[in-house]
Design a binder for this molecule. Sequence first.
Ligand SMILES: *[C@@H]1O[C@H](CO)[C@@H](O)[C@H](O)[C@H]1NC(C)=O
Ligand SMILES: *[C@@H]1O[C@H](CO)[C@@H](O)[C@H](O)[C@H]1NC(C)=O
Length: 292
Amino acid sequence: MGDTGITTLLRCLLVVLAVVDAAGTDYLAKENGGWHVSPSPSPSSAPSPSQKHPCLDNSPNMTENTGGEAGEVVHDYGGLEAYVTGSRHAGCCVILVSDYYGFRAPRLRQIADKVAYSGYYVVVPDLLYGDPYTDDPARPFWLWIMTHSPVEAAEKTKPLIAALKKDGMSFVGVGGYCWGGKVAVELSKTEETQAVVVSHPSLVVVHDMNEVKRPIEILGGESDTISPPLLVHQFEQALDQNKRVDHFVKIFPKAPHGFACRYNASDPFAVKTAEEARADMIKWFDKYLKQH
Ligand SMILES: *[C@@H]1O[C@H](CO)[C@@H](O)[C@H](O)[C@H]1NC(C)=O
Ligand SMILES: *[C@@H]1O[C@H](CO)[C@@H](O)[C@H](O)[C@H]1NC(C)=O
């Protein structure tokens, strides 16, 4: 690493240290094309010190039995390890991008299988390169996130999309959860994908919406403190101004951050909400990926 690299890294570190408070209520946002950690936008909605960061709340049970996986893991698809499920002859593909906990989460794979059942080849790439966030106290979230840029992850997804197109997938959509939502938004600024769906995003800022070029659906939660309804409405207003793209924005009542992929499976209301979010995502992809 050159002098400039080290200087930049140190500067980032200082910015991060300066704004992460002791309770760990760090919030991340984009600035000048990069991204950084900033304090909670709304102290009243911030979690109390005893609570975890909402992005890390209700972490997935990695050994949960969701009834078996229909797909398999491939070790190199466009340079990425990935869980793939559904028919390779589908002609249209959905890439699902994980939250901080990565592509191994059983519930995420279950969602992938269900999307595949709707007629898609579904790919869940490991854009965290075998290094998902784990609740390891020796490696706090703010330190971990510094080496997991969603903007870089979007770049790494491009060779995967190229490989999928080579394999006959004429239409490629991207669905992202939390961190993956930012990856999806970055890809919606390019010509790489036909449509994107973003569920309870983190790291996405209003300015991103000015650059969106592809039809975008944003699913927010009424009780989400990371992308609260106020912010999601600002996304919608920016998209209204951005005449290039069709968009659909919805706020799910009483839904916390993570409601689409990390819901409480013993809570019927949470299950129903997650199912509705999945159905809305599939509807959006059906509209733009299944042309006839
Ligand atoms: C995780 O899933 C496994 C297998 O279904 C189960 O035995 C275990 O109790 C679950 N853990 C938690 C914390 O729910
Ligand atoms: C999940 O939902 C059940 C049923 O509503 C509730 O009893 C339980 O406390 C919830 N678990 C968590 C971790 O919120």
